[in-house]
Design a protein around this ligand. Structure first.
Ligand code: HPA
Length: 277
C-alpha cells in the first residue's frame, strides 16, 4: 500500500477507536479562532497527541485537538490548531489532518486563517472571502505516487473554492451586517514574514492576502473531492505597507479582536450550508 495512505488509514482507525462521529462539515480554525468551540454544541474532543502518527503542532496559540459537535444540527468536526509546513513536517503530514476529516465523512471543508493584507484597500481586522489561491514555494502535497484511493493524478483546479458555498457566505455576511472583502490568498512557506519586495511581487502576481497555510490543505481536499470554502482574517497589512515591524503577537491580537465577527460569520455560513448537505 502507498505509505501516505497507510499512515492516513492508521490514523483514521485510531480516531474510530475513540468516536464514530460522522461530520458533514470540517472547519479548520486559524489563529484567533481558537475559542470557536463556544459556537458549537460540543459532543467530544480528541487531542491530536492521542492519534499515533498524527503531526502535533509546536506553535504557541495552535494547541491541537479535534472538536466534534453540531452547529444548528449539522455535525461538524473542528481542528483547533493546524500543522504548518514551516514546522518542519513533510508536506504529506501537513495535509494529513484535512484528509483525515474527509475520510471521517466531511463533504465540506471550511478553511480559516489569519493573513497579511496585500491589497492596499484592505485594513487590519477585515475579513476576506477566498475566491482563489496562488501556491508559492510550498511543495504541492500531491507530489509522489498518486494515492488512487483519494483522487486522480491530475486534479482539475478551476473551481477549488466552491461557488455555491461562496454565495452562501456572502449572504450570511450580508444578513449579519458583516462587511466582507474578497480576493486571492497566497501561501508562502514562512516562518519569516515576507520582505517588502516580496509583497510588491505578490501584488503584481494578483494576490490580495498572504499567509503560511491553507493552500496546500485546499489542494489535498480538492484532490479528494471535498467542497471547499475559506475566509481570511486580515490581521495586519503586509510588510512594507506600514512603518511598523510585524510580530506574531500583533497578528494574534488583531485576530483576537476580529474573532467575534469571524466566529459569527463562520457559524451563520455553516447554518446555511445545511441546505446543500
Ligand atoms: N504574512 C504571512 N503570514 C501572515 C501574515 C503576513 O503578513 N499575517 C498573518 N499571517
Amino acid at each position: 500500500m502507498n505509505e501516505i495512505y497507510d499512515k492516513l488509514t492508521k490514523c483514521y482507525q485510531r480516531v474510530r477507536e475513540y468516536t464514530d462521529f460522522k461530520p458533514l462539515a470540517a472547519i479548520v480554525l486559524g489563529s484567533g479562532l481558537g475559542d470557536y468551540a463556544s459556537q458549537i454544541r460540543v459532543e467530544s474532543e480528541l487531542p491530536y497527541g492521542q492519534i499515533d502518527g498524527f503531526p502535533v503542532s509546536t506553535v504557541p496559540g495552535h494547541a491541537g485537538k479535534f472538536i466534534f459537535g453540531t452547529i444548528d444540527d449539522i455535525p461538524v468536526v473542528c481542528m483547533k490548531g493546524r500543522v504548518h509546513y514551516y514546522e518542519g513536517y513533510d508536506i504529506s503530514d501537513v495535509v494529513l489532518p484535512v484528509r483525515l476529516m474527509g475520510l471521517m465523512g466531511a463533504k465540506i471543508l471550511f478553511l480559516t486563517n489569519a493573513a497579511g493584507g496585500v491589497n492596499p484597500s484592505f485594513h487590519a481586522g477585515d475579513l476576506m472571502l477566498i475566491r482563489d489561491h496562488i501556491a508559492l514555494f510550498a511543495p504541492n502535497p500531491l507530489i509522489g505516487p498518486n494515492v488512487e484511493e483519494l483522487g486522480v493524478r491530475f486534479p482539475d483546479m478551476s473551481t477549488v473554492y466552491d461557488r455555491q458555498l461562496q454565495e452562501l457566505i456572502r449572504t450570511a455576511a450580508g444578513e449579519n451586517d458583516i462587511s466582507l472583502q474578497e480576493g486571492v490568498y497566497t501561501q508562502l512557506t514562512g516562518p519569516s514574514f515576507e520582505s517588502p519586495a516580496e509583497i510588491k511581487m505578490l501584488r503584481l502576481l494578483g494576490a490580495d492576502a498572504v499567509g503560511m497555510s491553507t493552500v496546500v490543505e485546499a489542494i489535498a481536499a480538492n484532490h479528494m473531492g471535498m467542497r471547499i470554502c475559506g475566509i481570511s482574517c486580515i490581521s495586519n497589512l503586509a510588510a512594507g505597507m506600514t512603518e511598523s515591524p510585524l510580530t506574531h503577537e500583533e497578528v494574534q491580537e488583531a485576530a483576537d479582536l476580529a474573532a467575534p465577527r469571524f466566529a459569527k460569520l463562520v457559524t451563520e455560513s455553516v447554518k446555511k450550508f445545511g441546505a446543500l448537505l
